[in-house]
Design a protein around this ligand. Sequence first.
Ligand SMILES: [Zn+2]
Length: 455
Amino acid sequence: MSAPIVRPERTRLEPWVLRRAGARDEAGLRRHQLRALRATVRRAKESSRFYARRLHDVDPDGLADLAGVAGLPFTTADDVRSSGMDMLGVRQGEVERIVTLPTSGTTGDPKRIFFTAADQELTIDFFEHGMSVLVEPGDRVLILLPGERPGSVGDLLRRGLARMQVEGVVHGPVRDVCRALAVLQAGRFDAVVGIPVQVLGLARRSVAEGPAVRLKSVLLSTDHAPRSLVAAIEDAWGCRVFDHYGTTEMGLGGGVECEAHMGYHLREADLLFEVVDIETGAPVPDGHCGEVVFTTLTREAMPLIRYRTGDYSRFVPRPCPCGSWLRVLDTVRTRVAGRVRLKNGEMLDLAAIDEALFALPDVADCHVRLSEDRGTLSVEVLAASFRDRGVAQRDGLDALSRGAVAALEAVPAIGSAVRVGHLDLRATAGTAAWPGSDGTAKRMLKTSEHTEEPG
Ligand SMILES: [Zn+2]
């Protein structure tokens, strides 16, 4: 007998988005977005030196419909690095929090993102309603995100949860798997929020060591979540896993999955999302992949107009099975810059490698590096178990590294490059977490041009 089909619950973000927009239906939301877009452009021109220059020739009232957003110039990460202070839309005294993001761009300057108290309030409000998709009043949530400072993501999440009578306990990113696991086992938690690879390591270590952990739900945030990693966490903890999409530039929160797990429903009252062609910058039809671009509709401190996220995704071209008319942005699995061409012409990205490696039962993390000449792909995998030293451990690790090579050869782009002699594969497996694996930086397919890690 087959299991009854359970219709996913309609996302609780929909009534919240409508309320935020002062709208009753989708048409009302789109009217709100157009009004807010015009107001944002007008305010940015008046209050920000950067946008006064950049939008000099733009008449906000000339935006006849939402499609008109495509006529506005983009804002890039390099603009934020080089002109961040000039983007301020408020007086410096009104800035409540500044988040400094490490540099990876061409100018060498870090990105600094500014928020007023009202901007932070919008994030807390989103966290409250976004989390209502996966927890209920009375639940306890372990937060494995940075949260020491007031206004940090963990702190705002804790405050959002408190508004729905859910207790959030901020632990911070996982620096020591055993300690974090002890906290999780002792704390009678119902849910965990954390960075995908860190949560996977915790889940697999908890299976290897026991006692069993049972959770209701997990929210993954900050980095891309491969399907195989999601399945491994669900399997380890018997829980539902939801993916959250949000960057600091978006105001920390952007969108969250519903029970249909097709992609993210978005904060559409506060953010206007687009997907554009990577080369031409032109809008692409729903269903086609491109770069995710957003415009802030309600941000005070630092309005961002058509900000290029560097994330690669698409709008799902059909309604969500949960019954909501809110748009669905497909799960972001890779960065635009994270795709490289192998010597045989095949495109490879980290997402394909992640899917293959995290499907191996004992992998807790992996580092992947492509040589500068693109002729050698080296992977290091971190094993979740085999902690007792000796022959059993050595054999286990040997088997794991052979398994990693076999899994990678099964990735079509890699397999075809290996078969024609254009790519060598090297894999090692170990049990010691490497330095820096406790950070919050996104994982990347590293090539030797920009590989050097801090010693
Ligand atoms: Zn849905």
